[in-house]
Design a binder for this molecule. Sequence first.
Ligand SMILES: C[S@@+](CC[C@H](N)C(=O)[O-])C[C@H]1O[C@@H](n2cnc3c(N)ncnc32)[C@H](O)[C@@H]1O
Length: 259
Amino acid sequence: MPDFDTSVPHIARVYDYWLGGKDNFAADRQLGEQTLQAYPHIVFSVRANRAFLTRSVRFLAAEAGITQFLDIGTGLPTADNIHEVAQREAPDSRIVYADHDPVVITHAKALLRSTPQGALDYLDADLRDPGTILASAAGTLDFSKPVAIMLLAVLQFAADGEAGAIVQRLTAACAPGSYLVISHPASDIDAERHIEMVRRMNESMAQKVTLRDHAAVTRLFAGLELAEPGVVKASLWRPDSPAQAATPTVLWAGVARKP
Ligand SMILES: C[S@@+](CC[C@H](N)C(=O)[O-])C[C@H]1O[C@@H](n2cnc3c(N)ncnc32)[C@H](O)[C@@H]1O
């Protein structure tokens, strides 16, 4: 018996459906379609999020000298997973993936491989228990040296009040020179259609989504130095091409350094 219920849609698999993946069940596809009807641009938005992931990891590995990554809310394996982007730049990069969905962890263990010089680990863990994540990740990452904490499209599953405390706990454990990367679904971009889409998600998913506006997402970076261009739409964070910059997205995104 699997220890998850395939009759209830789950964000990891709905997201996989939006990205055109095959790791989803009927309930996920049904919600995938309902959300697409409410907000047809969601497919572009998730692609813009993945492109932001690639660009931010490339910046961290190639320009900021980061070789350690703690990614919470990893999602199902897809193209350009964090270790692939990081280890292309720095083959000795060490990455810990954490997700609370057992399907994600099983697939990650089966499909994701490190370079011989680097290391990968996979944690079945909950974002809302950052202490346990930090303790387990310390088996692979050296927190006395800079680490990038990656929170991409996941903090919306933490309630108001909770999200800021989680970020504080994670960044407090990191050495100066560490980075925080966040992308977060917005309450103030294409608001009417996006809010309707999320209402449909919250009707059927066990974990509820909290949207946040630009000011609230910016507050999550309190005490850190935001890299240029600050907190912007995910597609506008250092785009590689005019086509990337023009991709519709409903996510705010930013990268910041711990002084
Ligand atoms: C929308 S996907 C984002 C995947 C990836 N980070 C990206 O940006 O492409 C959200 C992921 O967060 C995971 N997740 C949701 N709530 C979580 C929690 N409380 N603890 C750990 N992972 C969580 C889901 O299982 C899913 O894989």
